[in-house]
Design a binder for this molecule. Structure first.
Ligand SMILES: [Zn+2]
Length: 333
């Protein structure tokens, strides 16, 4: 403790784990006042291991990162783990995961705490991304925020009064499954016309390819030279930045669809900040401008007065930073 105090009175150390469908990433993070620094890192592929194998890998790697920290004269206060699914935060139990099979009702916290003698926190990954943005990212300094991650799916996290809002069954924040069309395409969640079916990266690409095949004119067509399977979101954003009307129109539609949903979110929660992150959000202004416009057109103007729509600051590190930050919080939050 003495050593720790000498180093810096505000320095705190924790481990954040971003448990994704493809990789599990771990980071040793040092927090100082309102900033952070990643001081150790490790990762391994998710699909190579069984459930028990994944838990064993987690234990081995957390213990290794923890050992590294002793050289730096600081002690790890806790470990936070973000998983892609529903988590009973208070019991530290993973209820179910998407894209990782055989994870139902797993007492992950208890299993890990038996081997690692520090407090373990387990939560949903979108919640933790929102937590990262609110503590150290784009929404730093604001009490209320909604964070949207636009990628393959559309995830959401809600922060109210600086705390994660999880809901009665830990299922709050499913912004991607707000419907924008009651007769729209069936979604895997069972509903129809979920916004995810219109703005998820796979659907944007499918829609673009379909329009190109039907003869839509675009500079993208020349770049692809008939090989539509090579189309990427980056190509579409590049084309949009070069004012290609086809790409501009497509991104505008994505922004409007998301804006329609967020207008309802704004009417419901009246947040100060909405943070937009994820791969699709790399299109930047191309979707943010129509999104902002649509929200202002549709939501109550009083709810828009203080509203800011901002790009993610923590980006791909949001999951890991949020997890590490949560590990320093009060478990009863
Ligand atoms: Zn859905």
């Amino acid at each position: 403790m003495e050593n720790e105090a000498k180093k810096s009175p505000a320095s705190r150390l924790s481990i954040g784990v971003d448990f994704g469908g493809t990789y599990v990433k771990l980071a040793l993070v040092r927090f100082e006042e309102r900033n952070y620094k990643i001081v150790g890192y490790s990762f391994f592929p998710t699909k190579q291991y069984s459930r028990q194998g994944l838990i064993e890998q987690l234990i081995i790697r957390i213990i290794k990162l923890k050992a590294e920290s002793t050289f730096k004269g600081l002690r790890v206060r806790g470990v936070g783990i973000g998983v892609p699914g529903r988590v009973d935060f208070h019991r530290g139990t993973v209820l179910d995961l998407t894209n990782v099979h055989d994870w139902r009702n797993v007492s992950l916290r208890d299993e890990l705490e038996r081997k690692i003698k520090v407090p373990i926190f387990v939560d949903n990954d979108a919640n933790l991304m929102a937590y990262a943005e609110s503590k150290y990212g784009a929404a730093k300094g604001f009490k209320d925020c909604v964070c949207v991650t636009m990628g393959t799916g559309v995830g959401g996290g809600i922060i109210i009064d600086g705390k994660i809002y999880r809901g009665a069954n830990f299922a709050a924040g499913e912004i991607g499954h707000i419907s924008i069309n009651k007769n729209g395409p069936t979604c895997e969640c069972g509903s129809r016309g979920c916004v995810e079916r219109y703005v998820g990266n796979r659907f944007i690409l499918e829609e673009a390819v379909q329009r190109l095949r039907q003869g839509a004119k675009s500079s993208v067509r020349e770049r692809l030279n008939g090989r539509y399977e090579n189309l990427t979101l980056e190509m579409l954003s590049d084309a949009g930045r070069r004012k290609d009307p086809f790409a501009l129109n497509l991104w505008n539609e994505v922004g409007v669809h998301m804006g329609v949903v967020l207008a309802s979110v704004v009417n419901m929660l009246n947040p100060q900040v909405i943070v937009i992150g994820g791969g699709v959000a790399n299109a930047g202004k191309l979707i943010l401008d129509p999104m902002r416009r649509t929200i202002r057109e549709r939501a109550f103007s009083v709810s828009c007065q203080k509203l800011q729509i901002l790009s993610s600051k923590c980006k791909e590190k949001a999951g890991i930073i949020g997890a590490a930050a949560l590990a320093l919080s009060d478990r009863n939050e």
